[in-house]
Write a protein that binds this ligand. Structure first.
Ligand SMILES: Nc1nc2c([nH]c(=O)n2[C@H]2C[C@H](O)[C@@H](COP(=O)(O)OP(=O)(O)OP(=O)(O)O)O2)c(=O)[nH]1
Length: 279
């Protein structure tokens, strides 16, 4: 088995970098300059989710096709595995760690070539060089995208859980989103912290006090140039029932009900992370 590691530093917050890593464009961009065509096969949205497949083809050797599948897309880890191609095994992990306001990325690739000693020779002579070049270009593409997203205004979403259920709300407007589900929240105002925006929006939209407790998932770029960032929270008084002040409805959804809701597009790529909440 061959193992290759490379690291890089990006001047953007971890969850923003996590989002840029999941973007189909950064999966493709590092590759095409090297004559490798990469393309996401399944995603309905711009961010990859577990279960999405990627196909790679080297233009010089059209027979060298690979297909990989995303198996994890968490805030601090993106992981994919080989599902078809001329290798016995391939696993690619990118792990993210906070480093003083920047984000350290560590890529680890493990693969096993067929053909014994000949395969190992090709590995040493060619594969390692190509893989390192691909990872370096991908790192640059991720860095550029994450740094541009980090400058965007933030919309906070709030994942409020109580007794194993998540609070979701149904939009009344605009017409194109009416009837679709989202998390309580809204735009962070100038000079306001994200936690303060969470507390203010929940008071305005649900008429309850909440206590922010943390974060979940990667950021999600929104159409219109904003960035959705989801905080977790609890009701300050679990006995008080939230009510739909501006929305059509609010409800407490179980883990198994989350997949069946008609979510706003941006929230669909967060669904797998929301299922990891204590539901
Ligand atoms: N609150 C919230 N907004 C979301 C989610 N997903 C998503 O795409 N959005 C989008 C919809 C809007 O374009 C934008 C924020 O809209 P908003 O209407 O809640 O924000 P707001 O209260 O600050 O807006 P405004 O109507 O007061 O101007 O973020 C989500 O889960 N929660």
């Amino acid at each position: 088995m061959s193992v290759l590691r490379s690291t890089g530093l990006v001047a953007a917050p971890l969850r923003t970098v996590g989002a840029a890593l999941r973007h189909t464009r950064t999966a493709e961009e590092g590759l095409w300059q090297l004559g490798i065509q990469g393309r996401a096969l399944t995603p309905a949205a711009e961010l990859l989710v577990p279960g999405d497949d990627l196909a790679f083809r080297w233009t010089k050797f059209p027979a060298a096709r690979l297909r990989t599948r995303i198996v994890r897309a968490d805030a601090d880890r993106l992981e994919s595995v080989l599902i078809a191609g001329p290798l016995q095994e391939l696993r690619h992990e990118t792990v993210l760690a906070e480093a003083g306001g920047h984000t350290l990325l560590t890529d680890s690739l493990r693969w096993t070539t067929p053909f014994g000693a000949l395969g190992r020779l090709v590995d040493v002579a060619l594969a390692r060089r190509v893989v390192l070049a691909v990872l370096a270009r991908r790192m640059r593409a991720v860095g550029a995208l994450a740094e541009s997203w980090a400058a965007r205004p933030v919309v906070v979403g709030t994942a409020i859980t109580r007794r194993g259920r998540l609070l979701v709300q149904q939009r009344r407007f605009p017409a194109r989103d009416a009837g679709r589900w989202e998390l309580p929240g809204g735009r962070v105002e100038p000079g306001e912290s994200e936690q303060d925006a969470v507390v203010r929006e929940c008071k305005e939209e649900l008429d309850v006090e909440v206590v922010p407790t943390g974060r979940v998932g990667t950021d999600v770029p929104l159409r219109g140039g904003m960035l959705l960032r989801v905080h977790t929270a609890e009701l300050a008084d679990p006995g008080v029932e939230p009510r739909a002040v501006e929305h059509r409805a609010v409800r407490w959804a179980t883990r198994s009900e989350l997949g069946g809701l008609d979510w706003l597009e941006a929230d669909q790529v967060l669904a797998h992370s929301l299922r990891e909440l204590p539901l």
